[in-house]
Structure formats: C-alpha cells, structure tokens
Design a protein around this ligand. Sequence first.
Ligand code: AP5
Length: 214
Amino acid sequence: MRIVLLGPPGAGKGTQARVLAKRLKFPHISTGDLLRQNVSAGTDLGLEAKGYMEKGALVPDELVNKMLARRFDLPDVKSGFILDGYPRNLKQAKALDEILKNISSGIDLVFYLDTSEAVIIQRLTGRRVCKSCGANFHVKNMPPKQSGICDNCQGVLYQRSDDNESTIRNRIEVYNKESAPLINYYNSAGKLKSLNADGEAGIVLDEMVQLIQA
Ligand code: AP5
C-alpha cells in the first residue's frame, strides 16, 4: 500500500508514520529526515538546503524531487511506503505522480491530519528528537523515561533548530500557502481521508488503521 501523510508541521506525521511503517512493514520515507541527514553529513544538497530549513521555507522543488526520485530507485518501495512531508505543493504532487508512473503505480491513500494552531505550537516547542534513531518525544505529551535520553536506543535527545516559535509560525504560513491546496488535489482524486489530529496519538493511529482496513 502507498500512503501519504499530509498535514501542518506538528500534526504528528512523523510520529504516526513511524508506527504505521513498523506495523505494515513498509519503509517510512520522510523528506525532512532525508534533508536533515544531508545537512548533518555536509553534502552539497545539505549545504544548499540548510538555509531554507532554518527559516522554515521550502527547499527548492528541483533539489527535493531529485532526492526523492533517488530514494524511489531503492527496491524496498516496491511493495509500498509511508511518505511523510512530501509532496509539499502541487508541483511536487505532480512530480510524485510521474515518479510513481515510472514504477507502474500510484498513491492509494492520503491521510490529512487536521490540527489546530495552538496544538501545533504546543507540540513543536516541546518536541525532542533522538540524534541516533530519529524517534520523537515531547517534554510533556510523550516524555522519555529518562530526561534527555531516547527510550529506544539510549541516544541523546535534541531540539530541532526550526522548533522555535517564530520559525514555527513561518512554517505554518508556508504550509497554508503552499501545501493546503493539496487537500483539494487529493480529495478530487478520491484518495483523501481527513482526521482530527488534535487528539491523543493512539486514538489518531487507531482511526488510521481502521481506514486502511476498510
Ligand atoms: P519536516 O521535517 O517535514 O517538518 P514539518 O512538516 O514541519 O513537520 P514536523 O516534522 O515538524 O511535524 P510532524 O507532523 O512530523 O510532527 P511530529 O510527529 O514530529 O520538514 C522540515 C523542513 O524541511 C521544512 O520546513 C522544509 O524546509 C524542508 N522540507 C521537508 N520536506 C520538504 C519538501 N517536500 N519540499 C521542500 N522542503 C521540504 O510531532 C510533533 C511533536 O508532537 C512531537 O514532539 C510528538 O511527540 C508530539 N505529538 C505527535 N502527535 C501527538 C499527539 N497526537 N498528541 C500529543 N503529542 C503529539
């Protein structure tokens, strides 16, 4: 099954994608994670992307599309995938359609995680991420057992540089302008399932699983 998670920053795309990918045994492909790996490794792509990411702006389509096309060359995507953070605008949605056409497939399901602004700010200002395995925690909502340490791999938790209030507000603005039109795009294609994602993560996950099984 080929699934896209759509929603504003802090909607819980990464959190839900990780659990779904494990349960369904599909790869979790996050363009945000791929870009951050490039930034940490100091690749040409990372050096170019860094400034955009720190401002909360979108990295240019050509760079992200090329990075994603390379990821889709790997054989693990053949049986299905959970895509998180891509597409981010209509151009990327059309690029994705083309990439998938080349491997004779298409998107089956798009979950739109509808989230209110107050919830987004609360979630992102309290998010902590594992440096080693990328797992997400939250200082209040999902605290690690030991402060600053990942429950899964004992890695060190850090705060993303774009998780400060002014950059978060810019990311929300970019989302409303660039990404929100994707809701209509996938709704018109009959692929969209909307969920209220303000609630507890387990409840949102159960709703997604029920929609996948329906
Ligand atoms: P990216 O990494 O994709 O960030 P984002 O879209 O802003 O989304 P987030 O990762 O902030 O939020 P999320 O929805 O995954 O929430 P999470 O599960 O972590 O992109 C970063 C940057 O990279 C972009 O700004 C851009 O520059 C660039 N980029 C990436 N993709 C691109 C593309 N395709 N094109 C161009 N540029 C691109 O949850 C957040 C917090 O809330 C966590 O602490 C979690 O523990 C907690 N939480 C989650 N769900 C719940 C819940 N239900 N209840 C309580 N707490 C919860």
